[in-house]
Design a protein around this ligand. Structure first.
Ligand SMILES: Nc1ncnc2c1ncn2[C@@H]1O[C@H](COP(=O)(O)OP(=O)(O)OP(=O)(O)O)[C@@H](O)[C@H]1O
Ligand SMILES: [Mg+2]
Length: 197
C-alpha cells in the first residue's frame, strides 16, 4: 500500500500515528506523477490552503517523512515562520540539502524566510551536491503569507512568477520541480484585506 509509510509517521505533539489523508496523499502522488518517468514538463506548483488547524502542516510533515528515503524523490519541508530554530525549520530534510540551503542563506539570501524568493538558486545549490537528473524535487514552504507580505507580494504573484520559472529550472537540471505552498485561509484573507485598505 502506498500509504503505509505515511501512517508510520508519529505526530510529535500527540505521540500518535498519523491518521487518514490517504486520498489526499494519493492525489499528491498522482499530481507529481510518482512512479512515472521524470519529465521537466511535468513540473507543477501546488498551493494547499484550508482553515486554521485543519492539518495542512502535519500532512506535509508526514508526506516528507514518507518520501524521504525514496530514490525517485528529493523532498524538503521548510517552515518559514520558524526561522530561528534549524530543526523546526527543515523537517526530515536530507543533511546535504540542509547544508546547501544554509550556505545559500549565508552567502546570498540573508534570511531563511527569503528562500521562498530564490528558487533558481535553491535548485542550483542542491544540484552542486546531489544529482537531480531524473528525480522529482519537491520543495514545501509552510506559512508563506506573512513572509510574502513583507515583500509586498501575494501568493498569486509568487505562483505567477514560479509557473514560468520551474520549467526553465527543471529543463536545466533535467529533473521535475514541484513547489508546494501552504497557507491558512484566514491568514491569506486577512493579509489581502489589509493590503486592500
Ligand atoms: N492526519 C492527522 N493525524 C493525526 N493528527 C493530526 C493529523 N492532522 C493534523 N493533526 C494534528 O492536528 C493539529 C492541527 O494540525 P496542523 O498544525 O497540521 O494544522 P494546520 O492546518 O497546519 O494549522 P495552521 O493553519 O494553524 O497552520 C496538530 O496538533 C496536528 O498534529
Ligand atoms: Mg500549519
Amino acid at each position: 500500500m502506498k500509504t503505509t509509510k505515511l501512517h508510520k509517521y508519529i505526530v510529535p505533539d500527540l505521540n500518535i500515528n498519523f491518521v487518514d489523508r490517504d486520498r489526499e496523499y494519493e492525489k499528491l502522488l498522482e499530481l507529481i506523477r510518482y512512479g512515472e518517468e521524470t519529465k521537466p514538463e511535468h513540473s507543477l506548483n501546488l498551493v494547499i490552503t484550508g482553515p486554521w488547524g485543519c492539518g495542512k502542516t502535519e500532512f506535509m510533515r508526514a508526506t516528507t517523512h514518507a518520501l524521504q528515503q525514496d530514490p525517485e524523490i528529493l523532498i524538503t519541508y521548510m517552515n518559514l515562520p520558524k526561522a530561528a530554530v534549524r530543526e523546526e525549520f527543515y523537517i526530515a530534510t536530507e543533511d546535504s540539502v540542509v547544508e546547501a540551503l544554509e550556505n545559500l542563506v549565508k552567502e546570498l539570501v540573508g534570511d531563511r524566510a527569503k528562500l521562498l524568493l530564490h528558487l533558481y538558486n535553491i535548485v542550483k545549490y542542491i544540484a552542486k551536491r546531489l544529482n537531480l537528473k531524473g528525480r522529482k524535487l519537491v520543495l514545501i514552504f509552510d506559512e508563506v503569507t506573512v513572509p510574502l507580505n513583507r515583500y509586498r507580494l501575494t501568493i498569486r504573484d509568487l505562483v505567477t512568477g514560479l509557473s514560468k520559472e520551474i520549467y526553465d529550472i527543471a529543463h536545466e537540471h533535467r529533473c521535475q520541480v514541484h513547489v508546494i505552498l501552504l497557507t491558512s485561509e484566514q491568514t491569506a484573507a486577512k493579509t489581502l484585506q489589509e493590503r486592500r485598505r
